[in-house]
Design a protein around this ligand. Structure first.
Ligand code: LLP
Length: 403
């Protein structure tokens, strides 16, 4: 994705032409970028050949899932809906892991019927529920237990999951109780210790610390886990965040594996899909006030909620660059009736006018998947570009359907 003589292209397609053809807003993804991210991820850890389960919550478009599956990926799901989507996309159930603190008995029952690889248990009550269902079905169910390692992932507070105040996983003490319970159960086969400490992590150190904790637990329990699921969380560069040092993370895991022979599972979402997508939008109005100029876009927080929810910064760029344009300071906002419906303040942006087109960048992860119909607004169309091929991978929602 780059400019060619001042016009922004996704692979061989001029972004402005997409807006003309499909209207705006558009979620547009690059297949080439997706493929590159996947191959890079696999290469980073190739010495121990992990099972990589794409975290579907980051992006659950069935057509994108189909593409991801072709690289032998598994899937990390958190609801029966996500499970149905990955099964529809053709994922092997033996490569599906099911996480989440509130799996209902219907969801557990569905997962057990599908013989998925692992149900990652997050509480004592859940373990008992799984055993109850398994007993009824006369089946032995493969499970993992998610440990809460009480590790600070040094990321945004709102997306940290591995500290003791977070609802996720179980404490070390509870972990041992669940482990002992599982060992005695005829219906539970404990195969995995899982963790996931947070998202948008840019330092390998919290991961290294977590590996140290896992090492101690394995030693103390003297239990042979077939899998260690290290979750996802690998950060990307949105603004000026530093890059995660994959080499160091890989080395820590390699060290860990020297004494602990086990298969590693990863559950990456953002690092696979985050920078593959842009949100193309149109300027509806420019509203000049005494203090600032608002650029009112035709996408709002219902299309992309990350800035409103976490204060995240997504770059905004013009689809057509004007080289000798005068520059202005702008506040980019959406049309939604909320003051948090604001994307970014930018200093010295090229002068914009009504109907100009822009792209909000790096929205492939937690963009469309977190979108809503708030203010009764239809969800955007999703498009995948492969070279010069343009495919609609999800139609624009029709207002009539939501009304
Ligand atoms: N595994 C588990 C158990 C998770 O809870 C998550 C994300 C992942 C894997 C994938 O994490 P990733 O590799 O994408 O960082 N909506 C927030 C992010 C929430 C992440 C929730 N869990 C955002 O837009 O930043």
């Amino acid at each position: 994705m780059k400019y060619q003589s001042n016009n922004f292209f996704i692979e061989r397609i001029k972004a402005q032409n997409l807006a003309k053809r499909f209207g705006t807003p558009i979620y547009c993804y690059s297949y080439e970028k997706l493929k590159k991210n996947i191959i890079k991820f696999i290469n980073n850890f190739k010495s121990f050949n992990p099972l990589v389960c794409f975290s579907v919550k980051a992006n659950s478009n069935v057509n994108l899932l189909r593409e991801i599956k072709k690289f032998n990926f598994g899937a990390d799901v958190v609801s029966v809906g996500e499970m149905m989507k990955v099964l529809k996309a053709g994922f092997n159930p033996r490569k599906i892991v099911f996480s989440g603190v509130g799996k209902t008995s219907e969801e557990l029952s569905y997962a057990i019927n599908k013989n998925i690889l692992l149900i990652n248990i997050e509480s004592e009550e859940e373990l008992i529920e799984v055993e109850k269902i398994a007993k009824k079905k006369r089946k032995v169910v493969d499970i993992g237990i998610r440990l809460n390692p009480n590790t600070d992932a040094k990321t945004l507070k709102k997306i940290s999951t591995g500290k003791k105040e977070n609802k996720f996983g179980v404490t070390e003490k509870a972990f041992f109780n669940l482990l002992n319970y599982s060992k005695k159960s005829k219906y539970l086969n404990l195969k995995c210790l899982s963790v996931h400490i947070g998202s948008q992590i840019t330092s390998y150190k919290p991961y290294e610390k977590t590996l140290g904790i896992i090492k101690k637990i394995i030693h103390k329990s003297n239990y042979k886990f077939q899998y260690i699921d290290l979750g996802g969380g690998m950060g990307i560069t949105y603004d000026n965040e530093k890059k995660l040092n994959y080499k160091k993370y890989n080395n820590s895991i390699k060290n860990f594996l020297k004494k602990n022979k086990t298969k590693i599972i990863f559950e990456p979402g953002r690092s696979i899909i985050g920078d593959t997508g842009i949100l193309i939008s149109k300027v509806i109005y420019i509203k000049k006030t005494q203090n600032k100029d608002f650029i009112i876009l035709d996408s709002g927080m219902n299309d992309l909620i990350r800035p409103a929810l976490y204060g995240s910064k997504h770059k905004i760029i013009p689809l057509k660059r004007i080289s000798n344009s005068s520059n202005k300071n702008y506040e980019f906002v959406g049309p939604i009736c909320e003051s948090t419906d604001k994307f970014l303040n930018i200093k010295k942006f090229q002068k914009l006018k009504k109907n100009d087109l822009i792209a909000i960048c790096d929205v492939g992860a937690y963009g469309m998947s977190l979108s809503s119909n708030y203010n009764v607004r239809a969800k955007p169309i999703e498009i995948l570009i492969k070279g010069s091929k343009v495919s609609i991978i999800k139609k624009r929602q029709r207002l009539n359907d939501i009304i």
